[in-house]
Design a protein around this ligand. Structure first.
Ligand SMILES: [Cu+2]
Length: 142
């Protein structure tokens, strides 16, 4: 009986080997047969370029100055000679629009009131609020 035992063992080992090979093949086959999903063509339409042009609101041109939150806006207004500039007090308190060199002076400008001045001479006009001296701005006339 000792003669057949090694034979059986060999046969068992061969079987195990075969089984192992099959497993390896199966594993290999499994990995290769993974159906690569086709790359989906993007259905999203390319984002349209915005048609709304950026509203460039120049803060240094025009002919109006707003007084709000204890400040003149714009801080520097550039106008041409002969331009009539209007300041509007949108604060709830009274201000003045007073040129540092005395070219113009609104006097007391209560809330909601406006003051206009026509610049007939080129130059740089610094002005302030006589009530609140920290309020300063400039009008450049050229
Ligand atoms: Cu003021």
């Amino acid at each position: 009986m000792q003669k057949t035992y090694p034979f059986i063992t060999t046969k068992v080992w061969l079987c195990l080997l075969a089984a192992g090979l099959l497993v390896l093949l199966a594993a290999c086959g499994g990995s290769t047969t993974t159906t690569a999903s086709p790359t989906n063509t993007p259905t999203t339409v390319p984002t349209n370029t915005p048609t709304t042009a950026p509203t460039n609101t120049p803060t240094s041109t025009g002919n109006s100055v707003t007084i709000m939150n204890f400040a003149f806006s714009p801080l520097t207004l550039t106008v041409k000679t002969g331009t009539k500039v209007t300041w509007t007090n949108k604060d709830t308190v009274t201000h003045t629009v007073t040129a540092d060199q005395g070219a113009f002076n609104s006097g007391l400008l209560p809330s909601g009131n406006s003051f206009s001045f026509t610049f007939t001479q080129a130059g740089t006009y610094s002005y302030h609020s006589n009530i609140h001296h920290s309020m300063m701005a400039t009008t450049v006339v050229h």
